[in-house]
Design a protein around this ligand. Structure first.
Ligand SMILES: Nc1ncnc2c1ncn2[C@@H]1O[C@H](COP(=O)(O)OP(=O)(O)OP(=O)(O)O)[C@@H](O)[C@H]1O
Length: 255
């Protein structure tokens, strides 16, 4: 098992935001997290990443069999957890090229990116002038998303969380982003041979036309109310809303 979350409860600023969360993701699997606004999706990401503001008050998180519940974010990232944020902060004074060098383990004093990284930057349509810009400073919404994915491609995490990777991205660029997300999730390999896994938040499910998912979970009021087949669950949400969906008979788990 790559990720094993058991009975997790999380507080933010003294408010209980997540409770009774059980979630397991195997090597090579891609899971989707659905749920209404404010149900706790981003909070779950932050808790898996170990941001100090997200206080784990119960339960445990195991990654590759190791209990990481009390490890800090840096240690979790070192073990292979990556995230693409919805609204990442700008980093004044650090340009994208230098950040990519650090994230790919290259010497920051090297003049050029490695040929492999340069190829990925070209593919994601970042030219030399753009790479010299401070990270996220004045980037458009779509550029921020592409830059997040490029950074993840530099890190190659074993487990990647994507917070609404398709929001604010135009149709052509969604396909481009999806190609790179598929690369991060080993989708070029056969299911049994994939080692990298992912957890993806999406509101409208559009990205799932391009990135296949094995399992979907619906978060309601901080609890996983239902888990099951992604396209069936999305269909039910479209037809019946979140409440109707979690009452359906197709769900594997119910609270
Ligand atoms: N720093 C904070 N202080 C107080 N409450 C917070 C804080 N961060 C999150 N919350 C609350 O926790 C709940 C879950 O928020 P979260 O951002 O995880 O939801 P979400 O499912 O990702 O929502 P969305 O779909 O709108 O992005 C919300 O009620 C939110 O107001």
């Amino acid at each position: 098992m790559l990720l094993e979350i058991t009975d997790l409860a999380v507080e933010v600023n003294g408010k209980r935001v997540l409770k009774d969360i059980d979630l397991t993701i195997k090597e090579g699997e891609t899971h989707v997290l659905l749920g209404p606004n404010g149900s706790g999706k981003s909070t779950l990401f932050m808790s898996i990443l170990g941001f100090p503001k997200y206080k784990i008050v119960n339960g445990s998180i195991l990654f590759k069999g190791e209990n990481i519940t009390n490890l800090n974010t840096t240690e979790r990232v070192k073990r292979g957890i990556g995230v693409s944020f919805q609204n990442p902060p700008a980093i004044r004074g650090v340009n994208l090229k230098d950040l990519l060098k650090v994230e790919s383990g290259q010497n920051i004093k090297d003049e050029n990116l490695t040929p492999e990284m340069q190829l990925l930057a070209d593919k994601l349509k970042f030219d030399e002038d753009f790479l010299e810009r401070d990270v996220n400073l004045g980037f458009s919404g779509g550029e921020v998303k592409r830059s997040e994915i490029l950074q993840l491609l530099a890190q190659k995490p074993d487990f990647t969380m994507f917070d609404e990777p398709d929001s604010g991205v135009d149709i052509e660029n969604v396909e481009l982003l999806a190609e790179e997300i598929n690369m991060l999730l080993d989708k070029d390999k056969k299911p049994g041979q994939r080692m990298r896994s992912g957890l993806l938040i999406t509101h409208l499910g559009y990205i799932l036309n391009f990135v296949g998912a094995d399992m979907a979970h619906v978060l309601m009021d901080g609890k996983i109310a239902c888990s099951g087949n992604p396209s069936e669950i999305l269909d039910d949400i479209r037809k019946e809303g979140f409440k109707g969906c979690v009452e359906c008979a197709k769900c594997i788990t119910k609270s």
